[in-house]
Every structure is written in C-alpha cells, then in structure tokens.
Design a protein around this ligand. Structure first.
Ligand SMILES: Nc1nc2c(c(=O)[nH]1)N[C@H]1C(S)=C(S)[C@@H](COP(=O)(O)OP(=O)(O)OC[C@H]3O[C@@H](n4cnc5c(=O)[nH]c(N)nc54)[C@H](O)[C@@H]3O)O[C@H]1N2
Ligand SMILES: Nc1nc2c(c(=O)[nH]1)N[C@H]1C(S)=C(S)[C@@H](COP(=O)(O)OP(=O)(O)OC[C@H]3O[C@@H](n4cnc5c(=O)[nH]c(N)nc54)[C@H](O)[C@@H]3O)O[C@H]1N2
Ligand SMILES: [Mo]
Length: 765
C-alpha cells in the first residue's frame, strides 16, 4: 500500500509517496505557500543510476598501496569491496599516516552543504571522529560570503549576527519607501535555508512590501534577480562595477549637500578619508557619477535622479552575497555600508542589509532557541586552511601566505577526507584542482552519488540519503523543528553517516570515545531531550520523540518580528557600541590599513576586476556569472528529474543576450562551447533579454564531466568552475572570486558526447 510521509531538506519540507520502502515521488507540504520545486529531484535521484551502492577502492591504490602514487585520480576504474575490507583499509591507512606524518597531515576541512539533520550531519560526524583520533586540519570560512566574514568584524560586527538581526520585511513594508538592490534579491535563492526551512515566507513578505507601495530598483546584470511582482526598475551595471556605482552616488550626495553629516560624525569614523578619496584628493580621480557611468555602463543622469530619490525617501540598500564572490569582493560590501552611512538612515527601517536571500529566512524570521547538536569535540591540531585555498594548500605544502593580518603556513597534507561536499563542483579552476588532488597519498570520500569528487577518491564510502535514515532538522536561521523519519531503504550497502564512523571505531578498537556506546537512535533521544530542555527554558513544551517523529513540522515564533538592524546602536552608541576598535562604524579601519594589503586598503576602494585590468577581456570579452541554480541545491540531486528537465540537450543552460548570440551565430537551444585559458565546457544556449549584453550566466552545480581526450579536458556538461580563476577576493579574507570570469563562446558543431557522470563509473570485477 502506498504511504504518505514527510521529507525534510535544506530546501524545505515535502510530502512523499512511498511503496514497499521505495520512494515514488515527493510533492508539496500543504502548510507551505511557496513549496520548492527542487523536491521534484528527490525520488528520481535517490532511485537513480549514480548511487554509490558498495564501498569502492581505486584500482591502482588498491593494488599498489598509497605510496606508489600509481594511476591518476579521476581517470581510473574502481573495485567494489566489502565493508570489512573497506574498514580494514581505512584503519591501516589512518594509523600509517598518523604515525608517519602526524595529524597535521590529515585535511578534513571537507567544505559542503551535506544534508539537513542534527545527527547525521556529515561534517560533524567526520570531525568528531577525527578529533577522537588526534585531530585534523580544518578549513575556515565558507564559499557563500567569505569576504563578509573577513571584513564585517572590522567595520560593523560579526557577519553571521548581521544575518540574524536583518531588518524584517514586515518593518520594510510599513516604514520604507524605496529598496535599492545591488544584485537584486533572487527568489530562487530563498528556496533554501541552511539546516532546513519549515515554510517559505520570503516571496509573500516581499510581495506585501510591493503591495504597501514600496518601490524597488534592481541593479543587477540579471533582470530576474528581482521577482516580477515587485515591479522593480531594472538598471543593469557591468558585473564588478557596483563599488563604482555606489561611490558615484555617495559623491553626488556629498557634492550636493544631500548627505547626513550629523550621522557621519556621531556614528562613524573615517568619513574624512572617504570624502577625500571620493573627491580625488588622494589619487587625482574624482569618483563622480560620470566616472561611475563609464565603468558601469549606466546612465549618469538616471543615477543622479536615483541619488536624490534615495536622499528624499526612507531607503533600504541591499547587496547580495553573490556580489562579494568576486575579485576584491570586500569592496562592494564596505561601500554599501559607506553609502548607507552617507544617507544617514542606518539603525532606522532604511539603512542597509547585506545578503538578503542568502537564505530563505533572512528578513522573515529567526530561531528563538537552539536545537540539540552532535558534539564535535576538540581538535588538537591548530593549523587550518582558508576554505577556498585547498588547491593552494595541496600544491604548495609548507609555503607561507597572508590571511587576515597574519602570516600563515600551509600544512603538508598526506590524506584528504571529504564528507558532505562536492569540491569538483564548488571549487574554482577545476583543472587546477585535479592537479592538486593528485598530490595526497590517500583521498577518502563519503558520498551518496558518484559525483566527480567521489571519482577523484581512492576510497569511496556509500552513504544513506536523508530520506533513508532517521533524524530531525532545525534550520540555523529558520524557526521550525522538522521530523525526519526514515522512509526509504538505502541502496546496496549504503549506511548512515553515524553508523559508518561507529563501525570504524569498533574496527579500530578505539573504545567508545566517538559513539559513547550509543546507537544512532539513542543519540537522537539525547539530542531531542536537549532540544526539549532548551524549549522549556523559553517557555515551550515540545512533544516526546515518538510523537514528534511520527508527526508534522513544529513552527516556532520569530523572537524579534519588529527587528530593525542596528536600532540599539543608533538609539545610543555609547550604551550599545559596536564591537569595532572605535565602537563606531568604521568607514576607515586603521587595523586593515596596517595590514598593508594593496588588494584591501583601509577604506572602500575602487579596483577593476582582474580580467579587465590585465587585459583578459580583450580575448575573452564576455563576463561569466555563475550563481545559484533554481533547479537544485548547488550540485545536489543534479541527476534528478526536475534538474534534468531544465537542461538543454542534456547540458546546463547558459543565459546569453540575443545580440551576443547573433554576433556568434548562436540560436536558442544550440549546444555551445565556453572557453578561456583555464578550460572549456559545453552548455545549452538559452537566449534571453533578461541578461544584460556582454554577460553570460551559467548556473553552478552541473556535475563536472571531463572528457580527457578533448582539449583542456573539456567538461561535457556545463560546470562553470572549469572557467573560473582560483585567485581570491583579497588577502584579508581569501574568499573565492568565482564571479570574475571572462570567457568567449561559440556554437558547438562537433559530435555531441553523452553525459557520463550521471551513471556508474567503470568497475573491475
Ligand atoms: N562558480 C561558482 N562556484 C560556486 C558558487 C558560485 O556562485 N559560483 N557558489 C559557492 C557556494 S556559495 C557554495 S555554498 C558552494 C556549494 O558547494 P557544496 O556544498 O560542495 O555543494 P553541494 O552540491 O551541496 O555538495 C554537497 C554534497 O554532499 C553530498 N551529501 C548530501 N548528504 C550527504 C550526507 O549525509 N553524507 C555525505 N557524505 N554526503 C552527503 C551530496 O550528494 C553532494 O555531493 O559552491 C560554491 N561554488
Ligand atoms: N535554489 C537554490 N537556492 C540557493 C542555493 C542553491 O544552490 N539553489 N544556494 C544557497 C547558497 S549556498 C547561497 S550562498 C545563497 C547565495 O545567494 P545569492 O547571493 O542571492 O545568490 P547568487 O546567485 O550567488 O548571487 C545573486 C545574484 O548576484 C548577481 N551578481 C553577481 N555578480 C554581480 C555583480 O558584480 N554586480 C551585481 N549588481 N550583481 C551581481 C547575480 O546576477 C546573481 O543572480 O543561495 C542559497 N540559495
Ligand atoms: Mo553558499
């Protein structure tokens, strides 16, 4: 008989139909007004041909051992082995590496989103296990908003707190006249909230703003970065020019006396330095609106009218996370704060917000209290690698580098262990990453699917998907508690993340320091009781586990529904100072200036994207953006029905302006080849005036599918990271800069290769 069951993922809840332990399909949950179509990938992907079903070992590694360094990762067949054999190999290799090179030679930074679930969260499991074994080299930061993490503590405060404290849309609807959005506020991104989301509220909340008469301006290369219902005016700046646009606006406001001098003096430091810079006193360049118009392609008089409008209205300036994933990505953030300070509305319902849409909860709600979490223990190894520097670390062991004001040294990595991430989708310059991944002696990957990352490993461990193990979810930012019953059978011998590490602990005779002798079910009891205790402290009574796991989602209340960002600081900056050295907003930071980084000076500074200043743009005239896909979460479930139904001849769609296409003789639906000095890939041409001329937009997350017989190991599928450079935002935060890529493209008339990465790899019997 077909049963109905709940599913919970980072993109929200769903209603699954299940027959005899097999998932048939996943539909919407009735409580969700804006359910995510990504649910349409789950059943087909979980039942699909790409699942890792048994532990598998790369041929040469199995036959010749780790030290022979035989064969090439990513190009070799695998041998399926029993769990006993896999555990034996892991135990022996872990012992060898620790004894010969110490724990500082194990890299388990293991960046990635994994699945929702408080217990089976892959990174927490891996980290706890390795901590018990003496530690590992971790990673620091993230791919999402690393420039914000590095910069904001110097200017305002910790960026993660800023997300939670974002001004609520309800307040915007009531009190704001004008929202000026750099990078828009893409509704497709609001499908997702880290750790899970109970209901999708962002679209409704923003629609309510439009209905209340709030006006929206969308300054983004992509028209659809603003929802149609907002009726936003579209002013597309050239990618990477936002800092200049904001400077032009700030200069105009100051030159016309429309700025708020009182605010600058009372609440900020460094406005004199900024003023001198904007007026050209330090470098001879006046950052006026003509200068900004030249750099951005926008109209100077339209920008002047916008500046006047912003000064005359209650104005909220928003900047997406995507904008800072670019060369010198710290600058548009710092300039957002600077422009908002010049207008003087920070701490009122206007002001600024950075990263609206970076998750589906920001601006709508926040968590009232934390949920129980699986303890990771303490890591005795101190060294770490900034998250986007993993290829540098593997290629340059023991070399020094700059980061956040300190001189650091890369560890000498011998073993890499990745669980819950897909670096062969997420890292920049994948050809370089392939070289870097040849360096370690051993690479271990825990995966559900034969992603390209799994294919670049020596030992691959098959993992059960979220729907195949029992857990519960509580989004980092979303106010809900979400039961995750096991509703389907894992394929082959796939095991839950916890059971894998518990089995390895047993095999290694490590005692019970990892598992504490508990089963997964007993851990869940413990984490749920922790959650109930925390709820009681906040006056909430939660049901016992058995009722919860058999029931529906539990919605909690936003603790601060009227939240206005920095309102306490504005009310009394002495009583509620910011955690900056001055206690004020630092438009100039002496700390940053003293680091002496020319790629991140002491105040917001204009620097053109590297591809423009170094002349790449002459050979590769199209700027390629590669933001978050509407059809999946990054690369997750890319082989599912919904994601595949949106591809073009099996390739990821690339948005091309009709004029750029005409010049190259490309028609809608053609397969095209994108290329530059880094690499090349195929993609499916989607012609649309939604993207500005001179810019192409290729969604992230198509599983990397290299053709080793083709030039530059051409990717058959359309992963943009074969084209992105692996230089960082700056030495301050060492963030990824994937949006600053320059490419050329042409129609692909060769024989169309099939996609291989959605099927099983080659196995030897
Ligand atoms: N060019 C370009 N590149 C980008 C970006 C961009 O804008 N442009 N965006 C960047 C950003 S913001 C991010 S956050 C990253 C995202 O990069 P990732 O987080 O690495 O991407 P995901 O596809 O979510 O990878 C998660 C992997 O974990 C696996 N998985 C799921 N559940 C489990 C589990 O329980 N156990 C195990 N072991 N595995 C599991 C999934 O199958 C999947 O392969 O990409 C970055 N890369
Ligand atoms: N459906 C879905 N939702 C997701 C995710 C997903 O994979 N799928 N991933 C989640 C994650 S991990 C993250 S970090 C967030 C990211 O959330 P966002 O930051 O909202 O998403 P991005 O697509 O990275 O960037 C937003 C937009 O910035 C614009 N942009 C890029 N460069 C520039 C520029 O130089 N100037 C201007 N003005 N605009 C620019 C692009 O047009 C892009 O559409 O999304 C989350 N939500
Ligand atoms: Mo992200």
């Amino acid at each position: 008989m077909t049963k109905l069951a709940i599913t919970v993922n980072h993109w929200g809840v769903g209603r699954a139909r299940v027959l005899d332990g097999k998932l048939l399909d996943v539909g919407s949950h009735p409580a969700d007004a804006a359910p995510s179509p990504i649910n349409g990938n789950i059943a087909s992907s979980l039942n699909g041909d790409a699942r890792v079903r048994y532990p598998a070992v790369r041929k040469s590694w199995l036959e010749q051992g780790p030290l022979a360094r035989a064969g090439e990762r990513g190009r070799e067949p695998f041998v399926e082995v029993s769990w006993d054999k896999a555990l034996e190999l892991l135990a022996t290799e872990l012992d060898r590496v620790r004894q010969q090179h110490g724990n500082e030679s194990i890299y388990a930074g293991s960046y990635g989103w994994s699945s929702a679930g408080r217990l089976h969260h892959a990174q927490s499991q891996l980290k706890r296990f390795l901590n018990v074994c003496g530690g590992f080299v971790r990673s620091e930061g993230n791919y999402s908003y690393n420039a914000a993490l590095g910069l904001m503590p110097h200017v305002i405060k910790n960026y993660r707190e800023m997300v939670v404290e974002a001004t609520r849309w309800k307040v915007v609807a009531e009190q704001v006249d004008l929202v000026v959005m750099f990078g828009g506020i893409p509704m497709r991104s609001t499908q997702v909230s880290d750790g899970g989301i109970g209901r999708h509220r962002a679209a409704d909340d923003m629609r309510a703003c439009a209905e209340a008469g709030v006006r929206f301006i969308n300054l983004s290369p992509l028209r659809t970065d603003a929802a149609d219902e907002l009726g936003a005016e579209w002013l597309p700046p050239r990618p990477g020019s936002d800092t200049a646009v904001m400077m032009g606006l700030a200069h105009y406001l100051m030159a016309e006396g429309l700025h708020d001098q009182g605010f600058l003096e009372r609440y900020t430091v460094g406005h004199e330095q900024v003023r001198a810079y904007l007026f050209g006193e330090t470098d001879g360049i006046v950052k006026d609106l003509h200068w900004a118009a030249d750099l951005s392609g926008l109209d100077a008089s339209r920008l002047a009218a916008l500046a006047r409008d912003m000064a005359a209205s209650r104005t909220l300036i928003t900047t997406t996370a995507g904008i800072q994933r670019a060369d010198f990505g710290e600058q548009p953030l710092w300039m957002t704060v600077t422009l908002a300070a010049v207008l003087g509305q920070i701490g009122q319902a206007g002001g600024f917000g950075i990263g609206y849409a970076v998750n589906g909860s920001i601006g709508s709600s926040a968590r009232p209290y934390r949920a129980g979490s699986f303890p990771q223990g303490c890591n005795p190894v101190e060294n770490f690698v900034p998250v986007a520097m993993v290829a540098d670390a593997l290629l340059h062991p023991n070399e020094e580098y700059d980061y956040a004001g300190t001189r650091m040294r890369f560890p000498d990595i011998r073993m890499v262990w990745w669980a819950g991430g897909n670096p062969f989708h997420h890292a920049q310059d994948l050809n370089r990453l392939r070289q870097a991944f040849q360096r370690p002696e051993t690479v271990i990957v825990n995966e559900m699917n034969w992603t390209s990352t799994a294919r670049h490993a020596d030992i691959v461990l098959p993992v059960a998907a979220a729907e195949e193990r029992m857990d519960f979810a509580a989004g980092k930012y979303d106010p809900a508690l979400l039961p995750m019953p096991a509703i389907a059978e894992p394929p082959g011998e796939a095991m839950s993340e916890y059971d894998i590490f518990a089995a390895l602990e047993q095999h290694m005779n490590m005692g019970n320091r990892f598992s504490e002798g508990l089963s997964a079910r007993q851990w869940l009891d413990r984490l749920w009781e922790e959650t109930r205790d925390e709820a009681r402290r906040h006056g909430d009574e939660l049901p016992p586990w058995d009722d919860f796991i058999a029931g529906d989602i539990i919605e909690l209340k936003d603790p601060e529904p009227q939240r206005i960002f920095l309102s306490e600081f504005r009310a009394d900056p002495q009583a509620s100072p910011l955690p900056t050295p001055s206690g004020l907003i630092e438009l100039y930071s002496q700390t940053i200036a003293d680091f002496g980084y020319e790629d991140c000076p002491g105040h917001a500074t204009w620097m053109a994207p590297r591809g423009i200043s170094n002349g790449d743009v002459k050979r590769f005239p199209l700027q390629m953006l590669s933001g978050q896909p509407a059809t999946r979460l990054h690369s997750q479930l890319d082989n599912g029905d919904y994601s595949r139904s949106c591809k073009i001849q099996g390739r990821e769609p690339v948005l091309i302006h009709p004029e750029d296409a005409r010049l190259r003789n490309i028609l809608d639906g053609d397969v095209v080849e994108l290329f530059n000095d880094k690499g090349r890939c195929l993609a499916g041409a989607r012609l649309t005036t939604d993207v500005m001329p001179g810019v192409v937009f290729l969604w992230t997350g198509a599983w990397y599918d290299p053709d080793f017989d083709a030039p530059q190991h051409r990717d058959r599928h359309g992963n943009p990271n074969v084209l992105t450079h692996d230089l960082r935002t700056s030495r301050l935060s060492q963030g990824p800069a994937s949006h600053s890529a320059f490419v050329e493209l042409s129609r692909f008339d060769g024989e169309l290769p099939g996609i291989r990465v959605h099927s099983q790899p080659e196995f030897l019997g």
